[in-house]
Design a protein around this ligand. Structure first.
Ligand code: SAM
Ligand code: SF4
Length: 335
């Protein structure tokens, strides 16, 4: 079958066009954030993880079907060996408009410049606290100083946009909502507040730490004029502008503002599982198609096209339920 990268071909049963993939290239991470992982995680053996060549082939197949934006994520994508060669391969694909990455920033001090050179256009850097001790508690092992040096290197490297991702948790870091925004404004970068999602079993009950983005927006609005914006970064965030600053404030609110209606993306784990929705279990295993047909992409293309019939209408996160909505951690599916 001939495919044309300029025409969207991934259209689901609800008419939503899928033109954005998030690929997790590793389930490993040098942090153990309390909302993302349990303290004691086990990781996949090497042969159960897609090789970089398989990642590249997979992305190429999606781009041939009209996908124009690729986010590389994890786990922590920068702990994957030879990540730069994969990024170079992907950024050279005809039809691809945007290659972006989500990182915890721990290695950015060394990677910022090479990432930019390899074709990454925008970076999301996760940062949940500006207090070194608290940062360590949230990440269990992280060093705030390193991440801040990473952010400085990213600014120096000249990415089109840098956005902080902040997960606020009641009683943990919700008192930093405002100082995080001030910091983003001072740095001339964007910030998005993400509501904690019930993915995987962690050490606290998700309902006890939940902070609604409505609450955060109200609080920030007392200190800054926030102007609702129609802008989109192609993801689920709704944006507000802070006048006379460079900063856009985003809210990713799976609970208080369900974003499923306009969902344009699918996720692929580092095992090659295609998840049609972050909050549902429906998946298709692409690894066997890659490994059993090393020289023929057609079975892979057919499976991806067929998957559109099974993309669910939306997630059903419910914090009252005292159990994860899905048993996978975010680090497995890729945030
Ligand atoms: N390690 C990288 C990082 O932290 O940026 C990339 C992967 S991480 C899984 C991607 C994003 O998911 C991060 O911004 C993180 O804060 C967010 N995240 C992880 N678990 C989450 C959860 N349970 N609810 C909401 N966001 C979560
Ligand atoms: Fe690692 Fe990112 Fe998960 Fe934190 S949020 S444990 S940095 S994958």
């Amino acid at each position: 079958m001939l495919t044309d990268a300029h025409h969207p071909q991934l259209i689901d049963q609800f008419g939503r066009v899928v033109d954005y993939i998030r690929l997790s290239i590793t389930d490993r991470c040098d942090f153990r954030c309390i909302y993302c992982m349990s303290e004691d995680m086990s990781f996949l053996p090497r042969d159960e993880v897609l090789s970089l060549e398989e990642c590249s082939r997979l992305v190429k197949a999606f781009v041939s079907l009209g996908v124009s934006k690729v986010r590389i994520t994890g786990g922590e994508p920068l702990v994957r060996k030879n990540v730069l060669s994969l990024l170079e391969d992907i950024s050279n694909l005809p039809g691809l408009k945007e290659l972006v990455m989500t990182t915890n920033g721990s290695q950015l001090e060394h990677f910022a410049e090479p990432l930019k050179k390899a074709g990454v256009r925008r970076l999301n850097i996760s940062l949940d606290s500006l207090d070194a001790e608290r940062f360590r508690k949230i990440t269990r092992v992280g060093d705030l100083g390193k991440v801040l040096r990473g952010l400085a290197a990213a600014k120096q490297a000249g990415f089109e946009r840098i956005r902080l991702n902040t997960v606020l948790m009641r009683g943990v870091n919700d008192d930093e909502a405002l100082s995080m925004l001030r910091f983003a404004i001072d740095q001339g970068i964007d910030i998005s507040y993400i509501e904690e999602m019930p993915l995987g079993e962690v050490d606290h009950s998700r309902g006890s730490t939940y902070v609604s983005n409505e609450t955060t927006l109200k609080l920030l609005g007392k200190h800054y004029q926030l102007i609702s914006s129609m802008e989109s970064s192609g993801g689920p965030a709704r944006y507000w502008r802070v006048p006379h600053t460079q900063t856009r404030v985003g809210f990713i609110s799976p609970h208080s503002h369900n974003f499923c209606e306009s969902c344009n993306r699918v996720r692929i784990t580092c095992k090659g599982e295609l998840f049609l929705c972050l909050g549902q279990e429906d998946k298709i295993d692409l690894m066997p198609l890659l490994r059993n047909h090393p020289n023929d992409d057609q079975p892979l293309i057919n499976a991806i096209l067929g998957s559109m019939r099974t993309k669910p209408k939306g997630h059903d996160f419910d914090l009252r339920r005292n159990a994860p909505a899905v048993i996978r951690f975010m680090s497995q599916t890729g945030g």
